[in-house]
Unconditional design. Structure first.
Length: 114
């Protein structure tokens, strides 16, 4: 691949819309769930898929159950997404997503959470 093509690909990547959100990793055996606020939903989906393919745990809080039940016992759900506005800084975007997570945590029974 030539330098110009690499440069174009890098520029397109940087200019893509940033989509963050709230993700839930659910244990289908126990019903427990891990809620995460992420600034890159697609990246988190890829990380989860990689974890499944390599049978490596996606998050330390899930480690014991991941070892006990295996990765196939876990599902990823995207609960809500939020697009970063052009006027937002990275910090503002992260704070907005963290606030969104707090709203989601209020909806979920704490007894079912990791």
């Amino acid at each position: 691949m030539d330098k110009e093509k690499k440069k174009d690909i890098a520029a397109a990547y940087k200019e893509r819309p940033r989509i963050g959100g709230i993700c839930a990793v659910r244990n289908t055996v126990t019903g427990r769930v891990l809620i995460s606020a992420v600034t890159d939903v697609e990246g988190y989906k890829n990380r989860f898929a990689f974890s499944l393919s390599t049978d490596s745990c996606v998050h330390p809080k899930l480690d014991a159950d991941w070892k006990k039940y295996g990765g196939s016992a876990f599902e990823l759900h995207i609960l809500e997404t939020l697009e970063k506005k052009e006027t937002q800084t990275d910090l503002e975007f992260t704070i907005d997503i963290a606030s969104l997570k707090e709203l989601w945590l209020e909806k979920i029974d704490p007894a079912t959470m990791y």
